[in-house]
Design a protein. Structure first.
Length: 263
């Protein structure tokens, strides 16, 4: 990937407009949501993960809309992601009992139009998968790499995502010495792609598998006509993606709401 990324003109827009691509609300230019208010779109899965139960607002929203969304989710925890500079939204969410995740997440972008094929480290291979057995292996890798939820919840979440995205989602597994140990999910949005749930099993980290499984997905995307890649990165992963040519275009705060437990 080129390190000197030139920011496309279409990114000179409110960065919140890119969020539907990153929040599983857009597949190939087709919006997918379960509920909406005047200024908000809501996506809900059949799992308890806040990262799969999300809210996106495209304009200033009201207290009444927040209450309607809380009622819609009922007891399901959910997240609301806002640009760090959106103080008005932050104030409303704070007033409604949302809790802000301490660290911001970086919205990152890269030009992949000139990405070159490359050899990976010794023993590393990456392949696109689509068979159920392989999908279950991918889910196992993601579940074992991300603590806090049962594998059964990951199965619900990812199969729900695949049902919504159909042909716009591609899955990749990375192997080290023929052992599956890394995973990546990529979603196509016309000439853009978004990367999700890039994971490596703890015992296989620091071997280049994260870079390999990311590069292979992006190289294939470029071969299929994609020119731009987006992702959300935690502070821990920021340097990895910067080395791969990604640049931060803004930061987002994640607000989480969990309904109070009845006494």
């Amino acid at each position: 990937m080129q390190n000197g990324f030139n920011f496309p003109e279409r990114f000179m827009m409110p960065y919140s407009l890119l969020l539907p691509l990153l929040l599983y609300m857009d597949f190939g230019g087709n919006p997918v949501y379960n509920f909406k208010t005047e200024n908000c779109f809501i996506v809900r899965s059949n799992c308890a993960f806040v990262r799969f139960n999300r809210v996106y607002h495209h304009n200033e929203f009201s207290d009444a809309e927040v209450e309607a969304i809380k009622t819609y989710f009922n007891k399901i925890p959910f997240s609301w992601i806002i640009d760090v500079n959106d103080q008005k939204a932050a104030d409303i969410l704070n007033n409604h009992g949302f809790v802000k995740y301490p660290d911001p997440f970086s919205g990152m972008v890269a030009n992949i139009s000139s990405i070159a094929d490359t050899a990976y480290g010794p023993g590393i291979t990456v392949k696109e998968i689509n068979q159920k057995e392989d999908i279950d292996t991918l889910i196992d890798i993601i579940a074992r790499s991300n603590y806090g939820y049962e594998k059964s919840e990951w199965q619900k979440a990812i199969y729900d995502l695949l049902a919504k995205g159909t042909s716009h989602i591609k899955l990749y597994i990375g192997f080290y010495a023929d052992q599956p140990c890394a995973a990546n999910i990529i979603i196509y949005h016309k000439d853009m792609v978004t990367l999700h749930m890039i994971s490596t099993l703890p015992e296989y980290r620091c071997k280049g598998l994260g870079c390999a499984v990311t590069h292979k997905a992006l190289f294939d995307a470029a071969c299929n006509g994609a020119t731009t890649a987006l992702l959300l990165a935690s502070s821990m992963a920021l340097s990895l993606y910067q080395k791969m040519g990604f640049k931060e275009y803004t930061q987002y705060y994640i607000y989480i709401y969990k309904a109070p437990v009845a006494q």
